[in-house]
Design a protein around this ligand. Structure first.
Ligand SMILES: Nc1ncnc2c1ncn2[C@@H]1O[C@H](COP(=O)(O)OP(=O)(O)OP(=O)(O)O)[C@@H](O)[C@H]1O
Ligand SMILES: [Mg+2]
Length: 331
């Protein structure tokens, strides 16, 4: 018998109803009697399943509905319609059994007590979960060691740097060893070194504990390094769910062809341009963005007509594709 998915979301929809205030005093007065509301569907008919141990990237431009969806899965928001089961629980019923098995980390929000040293703030978190003090201390030591912030445990949370604080937030989220992790931009604003520390940590954690993780990040390096599968959402609707590599197949319409010639070779730009968009042409190097279906013909023509010493064909960076997808979806 195959196991039930850890996360199962069916037609989840969240419509925010906001009061539309008319400008000026008369508008405010009129609003007292005739309130006009605006409806915005932050998540529309969202459905997906995640199996145990999967590390899924949840991508989408600003305002796409990622945080809204994660908040519903963490039971912080009630959906307007639809269902979700996480570890067999309906999140918004807020059962204690569920609370003990998942964590939501909101990178944009501070969840630790600001006016306490990090260790005490973490202790309080542990107490909320009823964790045994000695075991918890051990866990804090172990996690802070791995995240390289053990020497910061005595610093007040408000005095920690952004990266240090985020690492403490991550420790807080992991104290009770949750089976499911919702990570909403856990690397936001971190420098590249801290980003990598957090990434490596998450990768190892997912491997070792088979934790099921749903991660949002605007940094493609996070997604590329951690997630084999991505769910892409925009305007509340999922428009792609599959392997990250398939994003290239599906949405990358061109490849990058670079040829190397002896430096003295003179190549007429007008001869090169029909193959595709010329990205670079300097002494000895020509780089062209060639439509996918024209790559072999272009390579043959280049090889036949130029003294090519080396040729290199590469996918366009996934970052460029995502950026293009998002900017297209905005228009
Ligand atoms: N409490 C709220 N009331 C009304 N509208 C809201 C509320 N929270 C979010 N929204 C709207 O819902 C939409 C989705 O927001 P959400 O925070 O889920 O986006 P996101 O994908 O997490 O974006 P980002 O990448 O910027 O974090 C946005 O248009 C946002 O303005
Ligand atoms: Mg968000």
């Amino acid at each position: 018998m195959s196991q039930a998915p850890v996360i199962e979301v069916n037609s989840l929809t969240k419509t925010y109803r906001t009061y539309k205030k008319k400008p000026g005093l008369s508008g405010a007065l009129r609003g007292l009697f005739h309130r006009e509301y605006e409806e915005l569907s932050a998540a529309k008919d969202v459905s997906f399943k995640v199996e145990e141990g999967e590390f899924v990237g949840f991508l989408g431009p600003n305002g796409a509905g990622k945080t809204t969806t994660l908040k519903m899965l963490a039971g912080l928001l009630y959906p307007t319609t639809g269902t979700a089961r996480v570890l067999g629980y309906t999140p918004w019923q807020r059962k204690d059994g569920y609370r003990r098995q998942f964590s939501l980390l909101l990178g944009q929000k501070n969840q630790l007590w600001w006016d306490l040293p990090a260790r005490e703030s973490l202790d309080l978190n542990g107490k909320i979960y009823g964790l045994e003090p000695v075991a918890m201390q051990k866990r804090v030591d172990e996690l802070s060691e791995l995240l390289l912030v053990r020497d910061k445990l005595n610093v007040m949370v408000r005095e920690l740097s952004l990266g240090e604080r985020m690492k403490m937030e991550l420790i807080a989220a992991l104290l009770h060893d949750p089976k499911v992790l919702f990570l909403d931009e856990p690397t936001i604003g971190l420098d590249v070194v801290s980003q990598k520390i957090v990434r490596d940590f998450l990768k190892a954690h997912n491997h070792k504990r088979r934790t099921t993780i749903l991660l949002t990040s605007h940094y493609m390096a996070d997604i590329q390094e951690l997630c084999q599968r991505v769910i892409i959402i925009d305007k509340g609707t999922i428009f792609f769910d599959g392997k990250l590599a398939e994003v290239l197949d599906r949405f990358a319409d061109s490849k990058m062809v670079t040829i190397h010639t002896p430096p003295e070779t003179v190549v007429d730009p007008a001869w090169v341009s029909p193959f595709g968009e010329v990205i670079e042409q300097s002494s000895g190097v020509i780089k062209i963005k060639v439509p996918r279906d024209k790559v072999s013909a272009a390579c043959k023509a280049l090889l036949d007509n130029l003294p090519v010493s080396d040729i290199d064909i590469q996918e366009v960076p996934i970052e460029d594709i995502i950026r293009r997808l998002f900017s297209e979806s905005r228009t």
